[in-house]
Design a protein around this ligand. Sequence first.
Ligand code: MG
Length: 467
Amino acid sequence: MERRSVLKALSAAAAVGAVTNLGRGRTVSAESAEGILGAMGGGGPLAQAKAAARRGMPPLKITDVKIIATAPSGSNWTIVKVETSEPGLYGLGAATHQEIPQAAQAYIEKRLKPFVIGKNADEIEDIWQSAYVQEYFRSGPEGNNALSGIDGALWDILGKRLGVPVYQLLGGKVRAAVPLYGHAAALTQSALNDQVQAYIEKGYQVVRVQLATPGWSGYGVGGAATSAATQALRPDGVKSSPVFDANRYINTTIGMFEALRVKFGYDIGLIHDVHERPALNQSIELCRAVQQYRPFYIEDPVSPEDVGWFQIFRQETSAPLAMGELFVNRNEWLSLVANRWIDFIRIHQSAVGGLNMCRKVAHCCEFFDVRTAWHGPNNVDPVGHCYNLHLDLVTPNFGIQEETFFDEKTREVFPGTPEIRKGYMYANDQPGFGIDIDEKAAAKYPYKTDFEGRGNDRMLDGTIVRP
Ligand code: MG
């Protein structure tokens, strides 16, 4: 029976409520006929979806790009607000370049804003790719953070437009919430033990642990001051500075791991951030010495300039290795992943161009069993934490997420800031990233300091230490 005849027969069946013969022994009930007609015609949900897909969404133009600089928690955050031709429909993106925010802001204002105004807000990939090459000398943290601000806002807009969270656009949740690790850092072992105990009691499964070397400077412990006795060991004429000594740091850190395992056993995951400071052979020695304490991972054992050492690290130690918060370019991480030389990728999402790039990084890592651990301290703004959150929710090869503390002022400026409970971060399931900005509240918290000092630590003899 030809199509026109079938439709006629189905219509008759539906109308008279009878079983109808379609020929060649085929029959159809009235109820089935109604369903088939709906699906074939304009009434069924599938047919409606098909028709909508063919029409596409109506054009949505980018009409303006605004920069909102705010520091409710003390960190200098840069939020991008992309406005569209649909009144009231806008998106937010993370463009925070904490240490030189003005550079990323200038790149947006001078270059990306004029470039994207008038473009179709739905063409996220094309806008990312074409905006990326607006800077011929590309792939620096200033341009990447600027691009991240535009890109994230487009994902936010698309989610709002379709009425779904960004994690849905990325493939949907594979976990209910995102496991976090907390930061424990102290001047003494006993104070560190107390902090780890507090995290365990809250339900955290993984904690980052940093212990000061008494009398010496170090990474990650507030109040770790260089003593007068240490300064007295320095040569005449040396520049005054905090003093770091890799050998003493390594001795302290090995002792810390041993003490923590004696006290807490092996069920709690322990992360430690080397922060790139020791020489390469010293970092390898540290990893070899603490591998018996089964760390969750050892973070940044070398600086990005020295990633060529990872093959040797992999051969020399079974300690899991995490790397990448300073990466800005795919050539810095791709060989580490493809050769399986690291276990965790720790990229700072906005610094490599934002969510559009990092969703691809996550997928690439999946094929090499490298897990994600996106950088997430307070120099990531709350919208950037939403990038982490939504990508974490959809990534099967997720490892762990670094936690930050969202204070009340932050929540005042950013309604919808993710909730953290018992060591998990939750999405609020609102369309887009689910986070907004109160611009009046943001204006109450201008930047107070221009630059967070880095690179001030030196060795005893005055040699600079990479931060
Ligand atoms: Mg780190």
